[in-house]
Write a protein that binds this ligand. Structure first.
Ligand SMILES: NC(=O)c1ccc[n+]([C@@H]2O[C@H](COP(=O)([O-])OP(=O)(O)OC[C@H]3O[C@@H](n4cnc5c(N)ncnc54)[C@H](O)[C@@H]3O)[C@@H](O)[C@H]2O)c1
Length: 358
């Protein structure tokens, strides 16, 4: 295979599928890799003809070695991960994928005669809980990491492995990735998870198309190397509260007042907040020039992509509302503030980093 190939892990996930499309559309050679599952095989059949697919479980070190040796990529975009809330349900597996598979990929990449550039997907989760009542700054690449949960702790560990490697690398810490593509196939766990998060917590969204552009450019940019970049949408339109994101995205599909009502966060607590915040994206934008879709554009596209289905959705809104409310994590839950980490522990599993994760 060509030395200019980009290997994309997690290629059939939310971000990965758009990254693969973006690379292919710009004429890059792409090898998409993910788990061999029926849904991924179905999606693989829809890929542009030039994209090659290699199935691999990245927790299998010999499969990782074989994959990297066969593809001999010029760059690796490493997206595969077990994300919240699933990482709380399967802590052991999450560590294997989020940390150990990253180590295996790095080792395999370092063993190549032509060492690929490594672009690592990280997250604002590395910064841990952020109480907007007490915090006056926005996140920068230099804000100290202080993860509150295993997911953030795994990302800190994975970042450390990347930094310690002998490869060229970039780490992209993503904010709240949003897609305007319409799907009724929404995971109930994800809906319920949103309802756990403090309604007034700060979240900077970013359109998945722009995330994909950032990853594609990160494989070739000569303007940055061995640097952490913060990937969020433009600061003028993409800085929101958690509840505004959910309700506006639902309204774009005509589910007015649709998402489960979250609770506000406790202004007096520094820990009972989720690990999201607004971010300074100046440097990332300077290097990667990826911010193309404003929040209003994302909503307009969401609405357009829902198309005629908005009418039946609008009619069914009361039913959808009732269903979603029944999934709210704070139904019959004591107190009046969001109790995010305990609510997560109760519904999905212990989110706290253990000693090995810290
Ligand atoms: N979605 C967001 O808002 C967000 C925010 C911050 C960071 N990120 C990071 O961006 C990356 C992509 O996120 P996403 O939203 O596309 O997640 P996703 O869950 O949609 O995709 C992850 C992919 O990894 C694959 N995967 C899991 N275990 C694997 C294994 N053992 N071997 C091979 N593949 C495996 C899954 O099959 C899936 O296709 C992740 O690293 C995530 O942590 C995402």
């Amino acid at each position: 295979m060509s030395g200019e190939t980009v290997l994309v892990t997690g290629a059939f996930g939310l971000v990965g599928s758009k990254v693969v499309q973006t690379l292919a559309a710009s004429g890059r050679e792409v090898v998409a890799t993910d788990l061999d599952m029926a849904a991924n095989r179905k999606a693989a059949a829809q890929l542009p003809s030039g994209v090659r697919v290699r199935w691999a479980d990245l927790t299998d070190t010999s499969a990782v070695d074989a994959l990297v040796a066969e593809v001999s990529p010029a760059a690796i975009i490493h997206l595969a991960a077990i994300i919240p809330p699933f990482c709380y349900m399967r802590r052991g597996l999450a560590r294997k994928v989020n940390v150990e598979a990253t180590a295996a990929l790095l080792r395999a990449a370092e063993a190549q005669a032509q060492r690929p550039r490594f672009v690592q997907a990280s997250s604002v989760a590395v910064y841990g809980a952020r109480n907007p009542h007490r915090i006056t700054d926005v996140l920068t690449a230099d804000t100290p990491t202080n993860p509150s949960d295993i997911y953030g702790a795994h990302k800190v560990e994975a970042e450390a492995l990347v930094r310690a490697s002998t490869l060229d690398w970039l780490i992209l810490r993503l904010g709240g990735v949003m897609s305007s593509e319409f799907s009724l196939d929404i995971d109930v766990d994800l809906i319920s998870f949103e309802s756990v998060l403090p309604a007034d917590g700060r979240l900077q969204t970013v359109d998945v198309r722009d995330v994909a552009d950032a990853f594609a450019k990160a494989t070739t940019t000569e303007d940055a190397n061995r640097e952490v970049l913060l990937i969020g949408g433009d600061p003028e339109t993409h800085r929101h509260t958690q509840s505004a994101v959910g309700s506006q995205a639902a309204a774009a599909m005509r589910i007015r007042g649709g998402l489960p009502l979250g609770r506000p966060g406790d202004p007096a607590s520094d820990t009972a907040w989720f690990a999201t915040d607004w971010m300074d994206t100046t440097r990332a934008q300077e290097v990667l020039g990826f911010q193309h879709h404003s929040w209003s554009q994302l909503l307009a596209d969401t609405s357009a992509n829902a198309g005629w289905k908005r009418l039946p959705i609008g009619l069914a809104a009361p039913l959808i509302r009732g269903f979603l409310r029944s999934k709210s994590a704070y139904r019959d839950y004591p107190g009046r503030y969001a109790d995010v980490w305990n609510a997560i522990a109760k519904k999905w599993g212990d989110p706290t980093p253990d000693m090995a994760d810290a």
